[in-house]
Ligand binder design. Sequence first.
Ligand SMILES: Cc1ncc(COP(=O)(O)O)c(C=O)c1O
Length: 379
Amino acid sequence: MHIDPFKLERYFARYEFTAPYLLSSSDCEPLSLNELLSMIHGETMKMWNVLKLGYTESQGHPDLREEIASLYKTVRPGQIMVSAPEEAIFIAMNTLLQEKDEVISTFPAYQSLYEVARSLGCQVKFWKPRYKEGWSFNLKDLEKLMSKKTRMLIINFPHNPTGTTITKKEQEQLLEMAKNFQTIIFSDEMYRYLEYDDGQRLPSMADQYDDAVTLCGMSKSFALAGLRIGWIISKNKDRLEHFLQFKDYTTICNSAPSEILALMGLKAREKILRRNHQIIQTNLEYLDEFFGRHEEIFDWKRPEAGPVVFPGMHKPLDANDFCRDLVEKKGVMLLPPHVYDIEDNHFRIGFARKNLPEALEKLGEYLQENIYNSSHEAG
Ligand SMILES: Cc1ncc(COP(=O)(O)O)c(C=O)c1O
């Protein structure tokens, strides 16, 4: 198998553990083990204390699957496979797709969502948002791409990296189209629960469509990325069986401590989500203020949902050069557009980390020293 490098992950590999100011992470401020354990009492704590560090059930711990099922209206524990989120993408694409299949994906995107399909020889088309309309994903654009040849539609709302989402009505229209063409929907819902207003939250595809494959996990909304625990849902028994058969060739089963910690995280979800929403809302105010001060340089559109946003940079400044120079001079990591394989002059900010004010201060210093001062000198 040949697969192209995952540009974003390679970029993180280079800077994530060396740059002191991570201003592009998409996960919420990670919880410490102590913080998580302090939220839990009773039976689950007992499970932790007597946990045996052996192999685990391949499909996922039954109690964890039961807790996951409680997030949905119609999903049963038997319809869930627990795995690392990235692994679930790899497994689902490998088992559901084959050479020459036509696939549509929201774009820009977390690369594996379309790259695995591409590596399998699928024909991949992109559903792109309209920037001038506030990064909106327009259903008319999707309609032009869809046909009865479309095997799979890959969507990700709330969307990484633009911070946009669609409305419930648009979701219904999208669903109608998929039903008409008997298209599988792969719905990446990693940022579900990070909508700024509960009324915005889309019903999960898992509850809407029997032909959906739905991804979610502990990494983003639940601030527990280091557990490497997520889940994939399919109501189609054969498909789920194929996922499980494939998993025997990836990890076989999940880490025993991670499963119990994930169960704790889900049981404490209200507390964790409240904390994460507080961080996000506070940081959004900092971002509004910061970009308000630097309109000459940046094009700021407030995100609609989630922990990431994709601001523009005015030409002739170049966002790729800017991100590289910034991390090297000030240790502030942003994600440049080349990791998303786009020509547009945008970069990704992640704003669910507590040290965002310090990172913005460093960014402000950089602008002063390298952009304002140098343009005054030039002018
Ligand atoms: C949209 C999306 N899907 C899936 C993943 C994979 O999640 P994980 O890193 O927990 O495997 C990510 C991670 O950034 C993501 O942004």
